[in-house]
Design a protein around this ligand. Structure first.
Ligand code: 6R9
Length: 657
């Protein structure tokens, strides 16, 4: 966070919200987790997590729950466990083999229904195939795939044999894939000819060919046939999935791996160029992912149909498409494609078709649906839904109420879940049967999680105060480090405050003591000596009936230090904007948050630059607002977005007074 000359200023607390949505009575009465769990967990945190670990099947019980040698934690030391066995064999052995694990829906409309027994067979076959290809325990396997069942199979096969999966989002460039292959020294790449996106096949194999060309460390490329596109072939290196996996035995005897055995690496780019390989291990990760999936979504595995509408290449997909739902024996939906193919009601059609009861998605998707208008979801039967979740960015209060009303029928709780690749699982979130929902607030640290909001000196802030979110005690699914770089792990997360984990997000505690996340600290603006969060200004803009989405940045300003520059996307029915609307929006922000937050400029744009998980890349917008060359754009989902924004900026649709 930028500091004032005195270094004292914390985040200004500008936004106020008085709407409350109590849990439905029947949901509250039958909720998996009740209010007394907080006190139980506070009384003895390690004992609480040990109890949650017992929800899983251990091959050998642990000797010690926690070894804490700050900032390095080990959980469930001495215990051995197999993540794939917990996700599959355990359920099949208990007679639940015929239960559906995934209702998979391809973008073109093809479908597959896969039971736990079938998934187990597929994973055993893939495990045997990886072993045949020479993959050994501890080796890294890259997974560069579309959203198809084989992606889950590849991950679980790695987990089963103790190889470390490293999933790279299928939308990433050759360079992004290449640097991740180098850093992880992956031995095998699992990919596909392509996947379906926006109504057409989108190839993957050519990017892998290019990336592995000068990387002899990659010994094999295992290729799933999905689209039937032509592919180049390198004999000896390339192997078709159907050639090697299908002929394997469906028997594979899994061993228990050490609780601290690496499960996966997931790269996150952060603000600097070199991505960080976040390392997760087995026992603690699975414990917290499994518990939070059950607690936060109030999962009833016998009856719920759970859907995380996110990519597996994002940590949200790892934790809440794969390991959470499967470890809990849930039935999930998995969807390959985009929300507007072949029509803008595709998500709601899927909810109706499979009777989805719990849906989890990013605010960026919700704001896109707002832009498209409420008539679209209104055309489908969404009455099966009973809990909705949000993840990835702060959810603006207006987007929250829109989601609750138009998707949740004004009936479902909405859980705003704050966490990170680094935290592995949800950390701060309301519990749907306990809390009255408050639009825009992530509310409370989950039972067993010692998160807090602190000021610049690391002191807890009182209600009404702003500052930084931190975590005071280790948690089971915490990252175990940055792959190959322990110093960077210490510097990035443990050097800002002595003994506290620093996630890098701004936060405030409201008068009721509830937590609000206010965006990345690097994005906080310093306007005339006030630290103002981008989130609050964006939320004020989204609260205007003509605005669907907005991104706010601080740009250098000779008089105020930084000035607020806003980029907005209008709702479908709002027309193209124009000077009057820009003026109206500036006044609207000033009226909601005070004159200090009035944007200097507002640009109406057709799109915003986003990452794979839909996070707005404000850094690039700052480059535009300050007329600089653009920085690294390799993790953008749509490289064309920036051109359109530059054009809009250059044509001066802003208001400069
Ligand atoms: C799970 C995930 C982590 C960053 C995190 C924060 C932002 C995620 C949020 C949220 C406000 C929420 N973030 N969830 N901000 N409210 N509910 O997104 O992981 O891709 O590593 O991003 O995302 O800034 O620090 P990851």
């Amino acid at each position: 966070m930028a500091e004032t000359p005195q270094g004292q200023e914390t985040l200004s607390n500008l936004l106020h919200e008085s709407r409350r949505f109590p849990p439905p009575e029947d949901l509250a009465a039958a909720a998996n987790v009740q209010a007394d769990t907080y006190a139980e967990a506070d009384a003895d945190r390690p004992a609480f997590w040990a109890k949650q670990a017992e929800r899983l099947k251990w091959e050998q019980p642990w000797d010690r729950v926690l070894d804490w040698d700050p900032p390095f934690a080990k959980w469930f030391t001495g215990g051995t466990i197999n993540a794939a066995v917990n996700c599959l064999d355990r359920h099949v052995d208990a007679g639940r083999g015929d239960k559906v694990a995934y209702h998979w829906e391809g973008e073109p409309g093809d479908t597959r229904t896969i039971t736990y027994a079938e998934l187990k067979d597929m994973v055993c076959q893939a495990s045997n195939a990886l072993l045949e290809l020479g993959v050994e325990k501890g080796d890294r396997v890259a997974v560069y795939m579309p959203m198809i069942p084989e992606t889950v199979v590849a991950m679980l096969a790695c987990a089963r044999i103790g190889a470390v999966h490293m999933v790279v989002f299928g939308g990433f460039s050759v360079d992004a894939l290449g640097t991740r292959l180098d850093d992880s020294a992956a031995k095998v790449v699992v990919t596909a000819d392509g996947g379906y996106r926006r109504g057409k096949p989108s190839s993957l194999k050519p990017a892998v060919d290019e990336a592995v060309k000068d990387r002899p460390a990659v010994q094999h490329v295992l290729v799933v046939r999905r689209t039937g596109q032509d592919v180049d072939w390198t004999d000896g290196r390339d192997v078709w999935w159907h050639d090697i996996v299908d002929r394997q035995s469906t028997e594979h005897t899994a061993e228990g791996h050490d609780a601290e055995h690496p499960l996966y690496i997931m790269y996150t780019s952060g603000t600097t160029a070199k991505p960080k390989g976040i390392l997760h291990t087995t026992g603690g990760y699975l414990t917290q992912v499994s518990y939070t999936h059950w607690a936060v979504f109030d999962l009833k595995p016998e009856t719920d149909v759970f859907w995380t509408a996110a990519d597996i290449g994002w940590v949200t997909g790892h934790s809440y498409i794969v390991y959470g739902p499967l470890s809990n024996g849930a039935t999930s939906v998995m969807y390959e494609g985009t929300p507007d193919t072949p029509h803008k009601g595709r998500f709601w059609e899927i909810v109706e078709k499979y009777g989805v009861t719990i849906a989890y998605m990013a605010p960026t998707a919700i704001r896109t649906f707002m832009k498209w208008g409420e008539d679209i979801p209104a055309g489908f039967d969404l009455s099966s839904l009973r809990v909705l979740g949000s993840v990835g960015e702060p959810i603006n209060p207006e987007a929250y109420t829109w989601y609750r009303k138009n998707i949740g029928g004004d009936r479902t709780p909405v859980v705003d879940t704050w966490w990170q690749t680094e935290t592995g699982a949800i950390m701060v979130s309301p519990l749907p049967g306990v809390h009255s929902g408050k639009p825009g607030a992530a509310m409370r640290p989950l039972p067993g999680i010692a998160a807090d909001v602190v000021d610049d000196k690391g002191e807890s802030v009182p209600p009404g105060g702003g500052g930084f979110i931190v975590v005071r005690e280790p948690w089971p699914s915490m990252l175990r480090g940055i792959w190959g770089d322990p110093e960077r792990y210490k510097d990035t997360y443990w050097s800002r405050f002595d003994g506290l984990y620093f996630p890098g997000d701004g936060a405030k505690r409201d008068e009721d003591g509830d937590i609000w996340l206010l965006g990345r600290v690097d994005d906080v603006m310093l306007v005339s000596g006030h630290n103002i969060s981008t989130t609050e200004v964006e939320s004020a803009l989204v609260a205007h009936p003509k605005v669907a989405e907005s991104a706010v940045v601080g740009a250098n300003d000779p008089t105020t230090g930084q000035a607020i520059v806003a980029f907005v996307i209008l709702r479908g029915e709002a027309g193209d904007g124009g000077e009057d609307l820009v003026k109206e929006l500036r006044e609207h922000v000033a009226a909601s948050l005070g004159p200090i937050a009035k944007p200097r400029q507002i640009m109406v744009v057709p799109e915003l630059p986003k990452t794979r998980s839909g996070k707005i890349m404000r850094r690039l917008l700052r480059d535009v607002a300050e007329n600089r060359e653009l920085g690294d754009v390799s993790t953008l989902t749509d490289a064309g977005a920036m051109d359109k924004i530059r054009t809009a900026f250059g044509s001066g649709s802003g208001d400069d007074d």
